[in-house]
Design a protein around this ligand. Structure first.
Ligand SMILES: [Zn+2]
Ligand SMILES: [Zn+2]
Length: 387
Protein backbone atom coordinates (compact mmCIF):
# COMPACT_ATOMS: atom_id res chain seq x y z
CA UNK A 1 0.00 0.00 0.00
CA UNK A 2 1.04 3.63 -0.34
CA UNK A 3 1.69 5.58 2.86
CA UNK A 4 3.18 8.87 4.11
CA UNK A 5 6.49 7.84 5.70
CA UNK A 6 8.57 10.05 8.01
CA UNK A 7 12.17 10.03 6.76
CA UNK A 8 13.61 12.63 9.17
CA UNK A 9 13.07 16.31 9.99
CA UNK A 10 10.90 18.06 7.38
CA UNK A 11 11.21 15.04 5.11
CA UNK A 12 8.12 12.95 4.40
CA UNK A 13 7.65 10.77 1.35
CA UNK A 14 4.89 8.67 -0.13
CA UNK A 15 6.22 5.14 -0.35
CA UNK A 16 5.12 1.58 -0.99
CA UNK A 17 5.07 -0.24 2.35
CA UNK A 18 3.67 -3.64 3.43
CA UNK A 19 -0.14 -3.61 3.61
CA UNK A 20 -1.72 -3.04 7.01
CA UNK A 21 -3.55 -6.25 7.99
CA UNK A 22 -5.63 -7.92 10.69
CA UNK A 23 -3.14 -8.91 13.42
CA UNK A 24 -5.50 -9.81 16.26
CA UNK A 25 -9.07 -11.17 16.22
CA UNK A 26 -10.37 -7.87 17.69
CA UNK A 27 -8.95 -5.79 14.79
CA UNK A 28 -10.66 -4.24 11.80
CA UNK A 29 -8.96 -3.22 8.59
CA UNK A 30 -10.10 0.12 7.17
CA UNK A 31 -9.59 1.45 3.65
CA UNK A 32 -8.90 5.11 4.32
CA UNK A 33 -10.87 7.58 2.22
CA UNK A 34 -10.13 10.78 4.18
CA UNK A 35 -7.20 11.53 6.50
CA UNK A 36 -5.94 14.87 7.80
CA UNK A 37 -2.64 16.52 8.53
CA UNK A 38 -2.76 17.81 12.12
CA UNK A 39 -0.80 20.46 13.99
CA UNK A 40 0.54 17.71 16.24
CA UNK A 41 1.95 15.95 13.15
CA UNK A 42 4.07 19.08 12.68
CA UNK A 43 5.92 18.67 16.01
CA UNK A 44 6.98 15.24 14.70
CA UNK A 45 7.55 16.45 11.12
CA UNK A 46 9.91 19.16 12.41
CA UNK A 47 11.95 16.52 14.25
CA UNK A 48 10.93 17.91 17.65
CA UNK A 49 9.92 14.49 19.04
CA UNK A 50 11.46 11.02 19.05
CA UNK A 51 9.15 9.78 16.26
CA UNK A 52 11.13 7.08 14.48
CA UNK A 53 12.06 7.47 10.79
CA UNK A 54 10.28 4.85 8.68
CA UNK A 55 6.97 5.13 10.54
CA UNK A 56 3.68 6.29 9.04
CA UNK A 57 1.92 9.49 10.13
CA UNK A 58 -1.83 10.05 10.47
CA UNK A 59 -4.19 9.97 13.47
CA UNK A 60 -7.29 11.69 11.99
CA UNK A 61 -8.80 8.90 9.92
CA UNK A 62 -12.06 7.95 8.21
CA UNK A 63 -12.82 5.14 5.81
CA UNK A 64 -14.62 1.93 4.92
CA UNK A 65 -14.19 -1.32 6.82
CA UNK A 66 -12.81 -3.94 4.41
CA UNK A 67 -12.09 -6.81 6.83
CA UNK A 68 -12.78 -7.71 10.46
CA UNK A 69 -11.21 -10.22 12.83
CA UNK A 70 -13.13 -13.23 14.19
CA UNK A 71 -13.84 -11.52 17.54
CA UNK A 72 -15.42 -8.39 16.06
CA UNK A 73 -19.20 -8.46 16.65
CA UNK A 74 -20.71 -5.11 15.82
CA UNK A 75 -18.63 -3.51 13.09
CA UNK A 76 -19.21 -4.98 9.62
CA UNK A 77 -17.41 -5.01 6.32
CA UNK A 78 -18.77 -2.10 4.30
CA UNK A 79 -19.40 0.17 7.31
CA UNK A 80 -18.14 3.73 7.01
CA UNK A 81 -16.30 4.57 10.22
CA UNK A 82 -14.37 7.42 11.82
CA UNK A 83 -11.66 6.48 14.29
CA UNK A 84 -10.81 8.41 17.45
CA UNK A 85 -7.11 9.28 17.39
CA UNK A 86 -6.93 7.49 20.75
CA UNK A 87 -6.49 3.73 20.56
CA UNK A 88 -8.16 2.35 23.67
CA UNK A 89 -9.25 -1.06 24.93
CA UNK A 90 -12.62 -0.20 26.49
CA UNK A 91 -12.18 -2.45 29.52
CA UNK A 92 -9.29 -1.11 31.62
CA UNK A 93 -9.74 0.96 34.77
CA UNK A 94 -9.35 4.26 32.88
CA UNK A 95 -11.45 3.31 29.83
CA UNK A 96 -14.26 2.21 32.18
CA UNK A 97 -14.31 5.76 33.53
CA UNK A 98 -14.32 7.32 30.06
CA UNK A 99 -10.65 8.28 30.18
CA UNK A 100 -9.81 6.63 26.87
CA UNK A 101 -6.87 8.97 26.23
CA UNK A 102 -5.18 7.26 29.16
CA UNK A 103 -5.92 3.61 28.35
CA UNK A 104 -3.77 1.27 30.43
CA UNK A 105 -3.64 -1.58 27.91
CA UNK A 106 -2.77 -0.17 24.49
CA UNK A 107 0.62 1.47 25.17
CA UNK A 108 3.43 -1.02 25.89
CA UNK A 109 5.61 1.73 27.49
CA UNK A 110 5.05 1.50 31.27
CA UNK A 111 5.79 5.23 31.63
CA UNK A 112 2.88 6.06 29.32
CA UNK A 113 -0.88 5.68 29.37
CA UNK A 114 -2.88 5.99 26.16
CA UNK A 115 -2.06 5.25 22.55
CA UNK A 116 -2.65 6.79 19.14
CA UNK A 117 -2.07 6.08 15.45
CA UNK A 118 1.24 7.34 14.01
CA UNK A 119 2.17 9.39 17.07
CA UNK A 120 5.44 9.84 19.00
CA UNK A 121 5.50 7.94 22.31
CA UNK A 122 1.89 6.77 21.84
CA UNK A 123 2.60 3.13 21.05
CA UNK A 124 3.86 1.20 18.02
CA UNK A 125 0.76 1.79 15.84
CA UNK A 126 1.07 3.04 12.30
CA UNK A 127 -0.90 6.01 11.07
CA UNK A 128 -3.68 6.30 8.56
CA UNK A 129 -2.06 8.60 6.00
CA UNK A 130 -2.06 5.44 3.94
CA UNK A 131 -4.38 3.31 1.84
CA UNK A 132 -5.10 0.92 4.73
CA UNK A 133 -5.21 1.18 8.52
CA UNK A 134 -5.28 -1.52 11.20
CA UNK A 135 -7.77 -0.58 13.94
CA UNK A 136 -7.31 -2.45 17.26
CA UNK A 137 -10.36 -3.21 19.47
CA UNK A 138 -12.52 -2.32 16.51
CA UNK A 139 -15.91 -2.72 18.22
CA UNK A 140 -14.91 -0.14 20.81
CA UNK A 141 -12.95 2.28 18.62
CA UNK A 142 -15.01 2.51 15.42
CA UNK A 143 -17.79 5.10 15.31
CA UNK A 144 -20.09 3.85 12.56
CA UNK A 145 -21.28 6.75 10.37
CA UNK A 146 -24.55 7.31 8.50
CA UNK A 147 -24.83 6.18 4.86
CA UNK A 148 -24.14 9.68 3.52
CA UNK A 149 -20.57 9.27 4.81
CA UNK A 150 -19.75 7.68 1.43
CA UNK A 151 -19.98 11.21 0.02
CA UNK A 152 -16.59 12.96 0.07
CA UNK A 153 -18.29 16.28 0.80
CA UNK A 154 -19.80 14.86 4.04
CA UNK A 155 -16.48 13.23 4.97
CA UNK A 156 -14.99 16.71 5.35
CA UNK A 157 -17.21 17.21 8.41
CA UNK A 158 -17.21 13.65 9.75
CA UNK A 159 -13.40 13.27 9.67
CA UNK A 160 -13.10 16.13 12.16
CA UNK A 161 -14.66 13.74 14.74
CA UNK A 162 -11.34 11.85 14.84
CA UNK A 163 -9.56 14.59 16.74
CA UNK A 164 -9.93 18.33 16.31
CA UNK A 165 -13.68 18.77 16.90
CA UNK A 166 -13.74 16.62 20.08
CA UNK A 167 -10.42 18.16 21.17
CA UNK A 168 -11.75 21.70 20.75
CA UNK A 169 -14.90 20.66 22.60
CA UNK A 170 -12.75 19.08 25.34
CA UNK A 171 -10.91 22.40 25.81
CA UNK A 172 -14.22 24.08 26.64
CA UNK A 173 -15.27 21.21 28.95
CA UNK A 174 -11.93 21.24 30.81
CA UNK A 175 -12.55 24.98 31.17
CA UNK A 176 -16.04 24.21 32.59
CA UNK A 177 -17.71 26.71 30.23
CA UNK A 178 -21.36 27.40 31.08
CA UNK A 179 -24.00 28.99 28.82
CA UNK A 180 -23.82 32.79 28.98
CA UNK A 181 -20.18 32.87 30.07
CA UNK A 182 -17.20 34.41 28.29
CA UNK A 183 -14.13 32.49 27.16
CA UNK A 184 -10.72 33.46 25.79
CA UNK A 185 -9.06 30.97 23.44
CA UNK A 186 -5.32 31.18 22.83
CA UNK A 187 -4.55 29.74 19.41
CA UNK A 188 -6.62 29.97 16.25
CA UNK A 189 -5.30 26.89 14.51
CA UNK A 190 -7.74 24.08 13.69
CA UNK A 191 -8.18 23.04 17.35
CA UNK A 192 -8.60 26.63 18.55
CA UNK A 193 -11.19 27.21 15.83
CA UNK A 194 -13.02 24.05 16.93
CA UNK A 195 -12.93 25.32 20.53
CA UNK A 196 -14.57 28.53 19.28
CA UNK A 197 -17.19 26.56 17.30
CA UNK A 198 -17.85 24.42 20.40
CA UNK A 199 -18.13 27.45 22.70
CA UNK A 200 -20.64 29.10 20.36
CA UNK A 201 -22.73 25.91 20.19
CA UNK A 202 -22.68 25.74 24.00
CA UNK A 203 -23.98 29.29 24.33
CA UNK A 204 -20.92 31.34 25.24
CA UNK A 205 -21.84 35.02 25.44
CA UNK A 206 -18.45 36.16 24.16
CA UNK A 207 -15.39 34.42 22.70
CA UNK A 208 -12.03 36.10 22.20
CA UNK A 209 -9.53 34.33 19.94
CA UNK A 210 -5.82 35.18 20.21
CA UNK A 211 -3.38 34.40 17.39
CA UNK A 212 -1.01 36.19 14.99
CA UNK A 213 -2.16 34.76 11.64
CA UNK A 214 -4.73 37.04 9.95
CA UNK A 215 -6.26 34.20 7.87
CA UNK A 216 -6.89 32.07 10.95
CA UNK A 217 -8.25 35.05 12.91
CA UNK A 218 -10.61 35.81 10.02
CA UNK A 219 -12.02 32.27 10.30
CA UNK A 220 -12.40 32.74 14.06
CA UNK A 221 -14.29 35.96 13.50
CA UNK A 222 -16.59 34.20 11.04
CA UNK A 223 -17.16 31.49 13.67
CA UNK A 224 -18.29 34.17 16.13
CA UNK A 225 -15.13 35.22 18.00
CA UNK A 226 -13.61 38.63 18.64
CA UNK A 227 -10.18 38.29 17.02
CA UNK A 228 -7.09 39.58 18.83
CA UNK A 229 -3.83 39.72 16.86
CA UNK A 230 -1.15 39.57 19.57
CA UNK A 231 1.41 41.13 17.24
CA UNK A 232 -0.66 44.33 17.34
CA UNK A 233 -2.65 44.19 20.58
CA UNK A 234 -1.79 42.96 24.07
CA UNK A 235 -4.44 40.26 24.62
CA UNK A 236 -4.53 40.72 28.42
CA UNK A 237 -5.13 44.47 28.11
CA UNK A 238 -7.85 43.94 25.50
CA UNK A 239 -9.71 41.35 27.58
CA UNK A 240 -9.45 43.45 30.76
CA UNK A 241 -10.77 46.44 28.82
CA UNK A 242 -13.70 44.43 27.43
CA UNK A 243 -14.62 42.98 30.85
CA UNK A 244 -14.20 46.08 33.04
CA UNK A 245 -11.04 44.62 34.59
CA UNK A 246 -12.64 41.32 35.61
CA UNK A 247 -11.16 38.96 33.05
CA UNK A 248 -12.75 36.20 30.98
CA UNK A 249 -14.80 33.60 32.85
CA UNK A 250 -12.96 30.73 31.19
CA UNK A 251 -9.82 30.16 29.13
CA UNK A 252 -8.59 27.58 26.62
CA UNK A 253 -5.01 26.81 25.60
CA UNK A 254 -4.92 25.52 22.01
CA UNK A 255 -1.28 26.23 21.07
CA UNK A 256 1.08 24.06 23.10
CA UNK A 257 4.79 24.10 23.87
CA UNK A 258 5.86 25.77 20.61
CA UNK A 259 3.95 28.97 21.43
CA UNK A 260 5.63 32.14 20.17
CA UNK A 261 5.83 35.79 21.21
CA UNK A 262 5.15 38.78 18.93
CA UNK A 263 8.71 38.51 17.59
CA UNK A 264 8.29 34.83 16.68
CA UNK A 265 10.50 33.36 19.46
CA UNK A 266 9.25 30.19 21.16
CA UNK A 267 8.29 30.33 24.85
CA UNK A 268 6.49 27.27 26.24
CA UNK A 269 5.06 29.33 29.14
CA UNK A 270 3.70 32.31 27.23
CA UNK A 271 0.12 31.19 26.56
CA UNK A 272 -0.20 29.61 30.02
CA UNK A 273 0.85 32.81 31.79
CA UNK A 274 -1.27 34.97 29.49
CA UNK A 275 -4.25 32.76 30.32
CA UNK A 276 -3.71 33.09 34.07
CA UNK A 277 -3.66 36.85 33.60
CA UNK A 278 -6.66 37.06 31.26
CA UNK A 279 -9.01 34.75 33.19
CA UNK A 280 -10.97 35.99 36.22
CA UNK A 281 -10.38 35.12 39.87
CA UNK A 282 -11.66 31.55 40.47
CA UNK A 283 -11.94 31.01 36.71
CA UNK A 284 -11.05 27.78 34.94
CA UNK A 285 -8.52 27.01 32.22
CA UNK A 286 -8.49 24.03 29.83
CA UNK A 287 -5.16 23.10 28.22
CA UNK A 288 -5.33 20.86 25.13
CA UNK A 289 -2.31 22.30 23.28
CA UNK A 290 0.43 19.65 23.19
CA UNK A 291 3.23 19.78 25.76
CA UNK A 292 5.90 17.07 25.73
CA UNK A 293 8.25 15.62 28.32
CA UNK A 294 11.39 16.38 26.39
CA UNK A 295 12.44 18.55 23.48
CA UNK A 296 16.23 18.74 23.16
CA UNK A 297 15.79 21.24 20.32
CA UNK A 298 13.64 23.75 22.23
CA UNK A 299 15.16 27.27 22.31
CA UNK A 300 13.90 27.80 25.88
CA UNK A 301 16.77 26.68 28.17
CA UNK A 302 14.49 25.55 31.02
CA UNK A 303 12.34 23.41 28.72
CA UNK A 304 15.37 22.04 26.89
CA UNK A 305 17.61 21.20 29.86
CA UNK A 306 15.01 20.25 32.45
CA UNK A 307 12.84 17.90 30.41
CA UNK A 308 9.80 19.98 29.67
CA UNK A 309 9.80 22.28 32.71
CA UNK A 310 7.96 25.54 32.19
CA UNK A 311 8.32 28.87 34.07
CA UNK A 312 4.66 28.95 35.06
CA UNK A 313 3.37 31.92 37.07
CA UNK A 314 2.05 29.72 39.85
CA UNK A 315 1.88 32.57 42.38
CA UNK A 316 -0.57 34.51 40.25
CA UNK A 317 -2.50 31.32 39.42
CA UNK A 318 -2.80 30.47 43.14
CA UNK A 319 -3.72 33.99 44.24
CA UNK A 320 -6.47 33.95 41.64
CA UNK A 321 -7.74 30.59 42.88
CA UNK A 322 -7.94 29.26 39.36
CA UNK A 323 -8.36 25.66 38.27
CA UNK A 324 -6.66 24.04 35.29
CA UNK A 325 -7.54 20.90 33.37
CA UNK A 326 -5.01 19.35 30.99
CA UNK A 327 -4.24 16.54 28.61
CA UNK A 328 -5.33 14.81 25.44
CA UNK A 329 -9.00 14.49 24.62
CA UNK A 330 -10.95 11.35 25.45
CA UNK A 331 -12.54 11.39 22.00
CA UNK A 332 -15.10 8.69 22.76
CA UNK A 333 -16.67 10.90 25.44
CA UNK A 334 -17.87 13.27 22.75
CA UNK A 335 -17.72 11.86 19.22
CA UNK A 336 -21.19 10.27 19.12
CA UNK A 337 -22.89 13.45 20.39
CA UNK A 338 -20.85 15.68 18.10
CA UNK A 339 -21.80 13.44 15.17
CA UNK A 340 -25.45 14.07 16.07
CA UNK A 341 -24.79 17.83 15.99
CA UNK A 342 -23.27 17.51 12.50
CA UNK A 343 -26.17 15.36 11.27
CA UNK A 344 -28.65 17.88 12.71
CA UNK A 345 -26.85 20.73 10.93
CA UNK A 346 -25.95 22.45 14.22
CA UNK A 347 -22.20 21.93 13.74
CA UNK A 348 -20.12 22.32 10.60
CA UNK A 349 -16.48 21.68 11.56
CA UNK A 350 -15.38 21.51 7.89
CA UNK A 351 -15.25 25.30 7.82
CA UNK A 352 -11.56 25.02 8.75
CA UNK A 353 -10.65 22.98 5.64
CA UNK A 354 -8.51 24.95 3.18
CA UNK A 355 -6.99 22.20 1.02
CA UNK A 356 -8.01 18.76 -0.24
CA UNK A 357 -5.11 16.76 -1.66
CA UNK A 358 -4.32 13.29 -2.90
CA UNK A 359 -1.96 11.18 -0.79
CA UNK A 360 0.80 11.75 -3.38
CA UNK A 361 0.62 15.47 -2.60
CA UNK A 362 1.36 14.90 1.11
CA UNK A 363 4.96 16.24 1.01
CA UNK A 364 3.69 19.54 -0.45
CA UNK A 365 0.84 19.65 2.05
CA UNK A 366 3.22 19.20 4.97
CA UNK A 367 5.59 21.85 3.68
CA UNK A 368 2.95 24.57 3.28
CA UNK A 369 1.04 23.72 6.46
CA UNK A 370 4.27 23.61 8.49
CA UNK A 371 5.17 27.13 7.32
CA UNK A 372 1.69 28.29 8.41
CA UNK A 373 1.43 29.84 4.96
CA UNK A 374 -1.43 32.22 4.42
CA UNK A 375 -4.56 30.25 3.57
CA UNK A 376 -3.26 26.81 4.67
CA UNK A 377 -5.50 26.25 7.71
CA UNK A 378 -6.36 22.55 7.43
CA UNK A 379 -5.23 19.90 4.96
CA UNK A 380 -7.42 16.90 4.14
CA UNK A 381 -6.12 14.03 1.98
CA UNK A 382 -7.89 11.28 0.06
CA UNK A 383 -5.74 8.11 -0.25
CA UNK A 384 -8.40 6.49 -2.47
CA UNK A 385 -7.85 9.26 -5.01
CA UNK A 386 -9.68 12.45 -5.87
CA UNK A 387 -12.89 13.82 -4.43
ZN1 LIG B 1 -4.77 15.68 15.35
ZN1 LIG C 1 -8.25 0.87 28.20
Amino acid sequence: MKAVVYDGPRNVNVKDVPDARIERPTDALVKITTTNICGSDLHMYEGRTDFEPGRIFGHENLGEVVAVGDAVDKVRVGDMVVLPFNISCGFCENCERGLTAFCLNTNPDPRMAGAAYGFADMGPYNGGQAELLRVPYADFNCLVLPEDARDKERQRDYVMLADIFPTGWHATRLACLNPGETVVIYGSGPVGLMACHSAMIQGASKVWQVDCHPDRLALAERAGAIPINFEQTNPIDKIMEDTGGKGADRGCECVGYQATDAQGSEHPNITLNNLVNSVKFAGTIGVVGVFVRQDPKHPDPLYKQHDGEVAFDFGEFWIRGQTMGTGQCNVKNYNRQLLALIVAGRARPSFVVSHELSLEQAPTGYEHFDKREQGWTKVVMHPDGGR
